[in-house]
Design a protein around this ligand. Structure first.
Ligand code: HEC
Ligand code: HEC
Length: 461
């Protein structure tokens, strides 16, 4: 082999290494088994002991539970100014499709509180049938999350709620003012805003009352009420030994033997606790064990490495493929699973987690037991009633020309991935599409290779 060829081969090898190494960097951090055991002991540690005053001593229970805290209930996240009027206003806004461009999409379309708080679809479908790149998480118990979205790009429920109204794959309003103007045009709404916020702003001008801040504040107040306490698991940790069946107890043991609670700990099984809405999330790479052969198949089949994850927010390579550890509360009702919404069943999601997060392969019996255990995390859903929405008299809240953009959108369809052409993942904020980073690495690798080849040629010449 000539010198030029050798250099060429070498440089190709280096490029490959660079590619592989960058991809694996984030996974490698937690790739060692012991490190996984200690997840939650970094700066994102949450003091899991703090909230357990109400819980009984779990030592006498037949199987030691993965977390001793039961669901803390609404009181824990309720705010002083979460008045009945505010919650009612928030609920109306949550259910009102007329605030979307086409008058067809409300928050409830994608987060259906008549069921699991999601849309049962792989990825969400907004105005004009457009789909986004990720799955709708449940809104049940979302008031307990420290950050919102799969990648944690909003700190609070209120901040989160600003996004979907203007996201073009969701409610699709051109801007917030346009949405607010629709609300301002309805006397019934203005009166309600006045009842809730009138004293605070000392004005009866719809412009001062119906603001974005008040709108998302009211929606968040309603969302905080979406809590599901008193699951069989909660009854168990509070001392009722009979709350779980034999199989569910077996599943609880397997859950712990495999190490699921190293990430899914705390009362929400989302690895975090402390004050809600602190803005400090608990993120973990998925996959962690990228080299596990079974995991590689899952990654391929369920598109698990197509989005940048938390890196899309922080621009930090270490955060690539990292996601907020999702709650497992009511998880039996939120299929399909994972951020891509591609994993069809609870059993399959357990297999994916075991292979990709723990380098384990549980037996079919174990998987069934764990699934049975996970159903014990389903709490009591408070009944939801469809609210009566204020209505203008003799005219529609949606302007006659509101659909005018339909033509343009049909001419520029979303691309194959369903990612809209701005690369927005979801609720408004821009995130970097997965390809951008990968593309940059490939480009750098190519440039390096070309330079090396050129160099070796010159030397040989
Ligand atoms: C077209 C479907 C759609 C609509 C409409 C929609 N959402 Fe979402 N929502 C999503 C998707 C998809 C995500 C996840 C996006 C991500 O993480 O990048 C999400 C995330 C959330 C989250 C974060 C939950 C978590 O666990 O991180 C909350 C809370 C939420 N939405 C509330 C709302 C509210 C309130 C509205 C109405 C103002 C709304 N959504 C409208 C699809 C939708
Ligand atoms: C290293 C941390 C870690 C471990 C260990 C772990 N998980 Fe997860 N889990 C995650 C992350 C992060 C996600 C979100 C991944 C994604 O969407 O791609 C997740 C998602 C899930 C989901 C899907 C939830 C949804 O709403 O779509 C289920 C179910 C689940 N985990 C169960 C388990 C079980 C059961 C185990 C043990 C076999 C386990 N997890 C172990 C971090 C972990």
């Amino acid at each position: 082999m000539g010198r030029a060829q050798r250099i060429l081969l070498l440089s190709a090898g280096v490029c490959l290494l660079v590619l592989v190494a960058t991809g694996a960097a984030s996974a490698a951090e937690t790739a060692a088994g012991e490190e996984v055991e200690s997840v939650g002991s970094g700066d994102t540690v949450l003091n899991v002991q703090e909230n357990n005053e109400t819980d009984a001593d779990t030592d006498d229970l037949p199987v030691e539970p993965p977390t001793e805290e039961s669901h803390p209930g609404y009181e824990y996240i309720q705010r002083e100014d979460d008045t009945e009027e505010k919650i009612e206003l928030g609920e109306q806004l949550y259910f009102d499709p007329r605030i979307s461009e086409t008058g067809t999409i409300s928050c409830n379309t994608c987060h259906n509180v008549m069921e699991g708080g999601d849309d049962s679809r792989p990825t969400a479908m907004g105005v004009h049938g457009q789909t986004g790149p990720v799955s709708s998480p449940t809104v049940w118990n979302s008031g307990f999350h420290h950050t919102q979205f799969w990648d944690g790009r909003a700190d609070t429920l209120a901040e989160q709620a600003e996004g979907p109204i203007v996201a073009d794959v969701e409610m699709g309003m051109p801007d917030h003012e346009a949405a607010l103007d629709r609300v301002r045009a309805v006397d019934g709404y203005v009166e309600q805003y006045e009842a809730v916020y009138g004293d605070e702003v000392d004005s009866d001008d719809p412009e001062d009352l119906v603001t974005l801040e008040h709108t998302v504040d009211a929606i968040a107040a309603y969302e905080r009420t979406l809590v599901t306490p008193d699951s069989p698991y909660d009854q168990y940790v509070e001392g009722d030994e009979d709350a779980l069946s034999e199989q569910e107890l077996d599943g609880m043991e397997s859950f712990q033997e495999l190490g699921c609670q190293s990430c899914h700990s705390g009362p929400m099984f989302s690895g975090q606790w402390d004050e809600p809405e602190s803005g400090e999330g608990f993120y973990q790479p998925h996959p962690t064990f990228e080299d596990n052969a079974q995991c590689q198949e899952y990654v391929e089949e369920y598109d698990l490495m197509e989005n940048p994850g938390r890196m899309g927010v922080t621009d930090d390579e270490a955060d690539e493929y990292s996601y907020k550890v999702p709650t497992l509360r009511n998880v039996e009702h939120t299929a399909p699973y994972m951020h891509t919404g591609q994993v069809p069943t609870l059993e399959e999601s357990i297999r994916v987690m075991a292979a990709c997060q723990l380098d384990e392969e549980p037996s079919d019996d174990e998987v069934e037991d764990i699934a049975a255990f996970m159903t014990t995390l389903t709490g009591e859903y408070p009944d939801q009633e469809m609210p009566r929405l204020p209505n203008p008299s003799g005219e529609s809240m949606i302007p006659m020309d509101a659909d005018g953009d339909l033509q343009d959108i049909e001419e520029e369809p979303a691309d194959d991935n369903g990612v809209d052409d701005t690369g927005d993942t979801d609720d408004g904020d821009d995130t970097i599409p997965g390809l951008t980073f990968g593309g940059a690495v490939v480009a750098i690798a190519l440039v390096t290779a070309t330079a090396l080849i050129g160099y070796s040629r010159r030397r040989n010449d």
